[in-house]
Design a protein around this ligand. Structure first.
Ligand code: ADP
Length: 163
């Protein structure tokens, strides 16, 4: 039984993430999308909101589930019996950082491997940060995130503007 985790901030989930989820779910028996509770970052969406958005966007994929976790990814992977960590590579800048983390994780726990998928070309530029930047100016984000989530993203900035 191959269980993998796909960890990340998903603040918010984008078409790039959903592409990764769809592709990696086909390679394993079970994929757990793990939303990181990271107190160092100042997220736009709460953990509950991020989990809910991911659940809604993946409910057609029977072997995908969404959870949240705190602490080290490698420890969380072991605690749920996952031996594969899925990560996406967009550019050389991702590579350097990801390689370091993956190698460190192999030393901490050699039973768990990191599987890298290269981004689909059409999403190579796409990140949650870009989506937030554009949405904060009221720009069009329809090519970056599912239509169903767009209102929730704009709403965050409308609230901020009223304060
Ligand atoms: P993190 O804060 O861990 O980088 P993200 O939510 O930004 O969390 O990303 C989670 C994972 O998804 C990372 O492995 C990242 O490289 C990957 N990813 C993000 N956007 C894309 C994309 N457009 N194409 C492929 N992979 C992506």
């Amino acid at each position: 039984m191959k269980r993998a985790i796909y960890p990340g901030s998903f603040d918010p989930v984008t078409f790039g993430h959903l592409d990764m989820i769809g592709r990696s779910a086909k390679m394993v028996d079970e994929l757990v999308v793990a939303v990181l509770v990271n107190s160092a970052k100042n997220p736009l969406f709460s953990i509950e909101e991020r989990v809910k958005m991911l659940e809604e966007m993946t409910d057609h994929l029977p072997n995908v589930s969404i959870r949240s976790f705190e602490g080290l990814t490698i420890d969380y992977a072991r605690s749920i019996g996952a031996n594969i960590i899925v990560r996406g590579l967009r550019a050389v800048t991702d590579f350097e950082y990801e390689l370091q983390i993956a190698q460190t994780n192999r030393i901490v726990n050699p039973d768990i491997d990191t599987m890298f998928l290269t981004t689909s070309l059409e999403y190579a530029y796409l990140s949650s940060t870009i989506v937030k930047e554009i949405a904060s100016y009221g720009g069009d984000i329809s090519k970056f995130v599912p239509q169903k989530l767009m209102g929730r993203i704009y709403e965050k900035y409308e609230k901020n503007r009223c304060v």
